[in-house]
Design a protein around this ligand. Structure first.
Ligand SMILES: [Zn+2]
Length: 319
């Protein structure tokens, strides 16, 4: 068949486009399992990424994303860590619906929440975020572009930072696309300052962004504030969502989120506060709190727990 094409130069176009389609097909196959689609309820999906670290193989999509199909197009929750990662998300969306991505809502400013914005914006999507979120994105952009590039290498090509065109100045907003209501809520300074949750009040579903981690241990980073994060978690509890699409880990309910995120934050905050009040020093705090069998079955516990204690403690000590 291929040989036949080669004898008729006017068919070379078809030959090359077949090759091209073939490579797209291979790209699609290779990327099929990076984010796992989960139907939450009619028209609402989670795309569940790996719970380990960002790698070349997972395109930095080691997090969860959301897809909400409305009468006027798709709302995508978070855009991935690169332009090519955004294309992987787009392929996953195309398997769920033939509607185009109309809005991209950023729940935060960690790389996987927003470095794919430019990809979707260049295809005509509107990027939506609170002013607070955009401020942190701008502050961290250069560092993140550098650090993700070292992991994704050639797969980072084409990635540019892009921000919500008209950032929202309030801490809360209710938007409506094609009859689907979407609430964006800032609760407190959590994993990063400016992180928000996206709540669908009609269905009582919540895309929690990096406020909630299940199945794996959360990470308290230098820019996180465990105490205020715990307060944000308590506010999520009072919203009482029926289903949570966490930032990392499988789709869950509130009791599971409480056990694996809320209770862990409380353990870190209460414990570290006690050590800091006694001026015990970071080594003693880490030593005293490192034994936490109720959380040690969560993935990444060994890698993250001690660092989480020390960063929580040091924030108290500097207050
Ligand atoms: Zn994250």
């Amino acid at each position: 068949m291929v040989a036949l094409f080669l004898f008729w130069p006017r068919n070379w176009g078809i030959f090359f486009s077949t090759l091209f389609l073939g490579s797209i097909f291979n790209f699609a196959l290779a990327n099929e399992n990076i984010v796992k689609p989960v139907l939450i309820e009619k028209g609402v999906y989670a795309l569940i990424g790996e719970i380990g670290g960002r790698t070349y193989e997972n395109h930095g999509l080691n997090a969860n994303f959301g897809v909400i199909e409305t009468n006027e197009g798709v709302i995508l929750i978070d855009s991935g860590a690169s332009a090519q990662g955004a294309a992987v998300l787009e392929q996953a969306i195309q398997k769920l619906t033939n509607k185009k991505v109309k809005w991209v809502i950023n729940t935060g400013s960690q790389d996987h929440r927003w470095l794919g914005n430019d990809y979707f914006a260049s295809k005509g999507a509107e990027v939506i975020a609170l002013h607070k979120t955009v401020a942190t994105q701008k502050q961290l952009a250069l560092t993140q572009l550098d650090s993700v590039k070292t992991v994704l290498k050639d797969r980072f090509n084409g990635t540019k930072s892009a921000y919500a065109q008209n950032p929202i100045n309030q801490n809360e907003a209710e938007l409506n696309l094609g009859g689907t209501k979407v609430q964006i809520k800032y609760l407190n300074h959590a994993h990063f300052e400016g992180d928000v949750v996206v709540h669908l009040p009609q269905q009582n579903l919540m895309f929690s962004g990096d406020h909630i981690y299940v199945d794996r241990l959360l990470g308290v980073l230098p820019q996180s504030n465990a105490e205020k994060w715990l307060d944000a978690f308590n506010k999520i509890e009072s919203i009482n969502p029926k289903v949570i699409i966490p930032g990392h880990g499988n789709v869950c309910d509130l009791p599971k989120a409480k056990k694996q995120t809320g209770d862990y934050l409380k353990f870190l905050v209460d414990g570290s506060k006690k050590y800091a009040e006694g001026m015990a020093g970071v080594e003693n705090a880490v030593k005293g709190l490192s034994h936490a069998p109720q959380f040690e079955r969560l993935a990444n516990f060994n890698e993250l727990h001690k660092g989480n204690i020390s960063r929580t403690y040091l924030r108290f000590e500097s207050q």
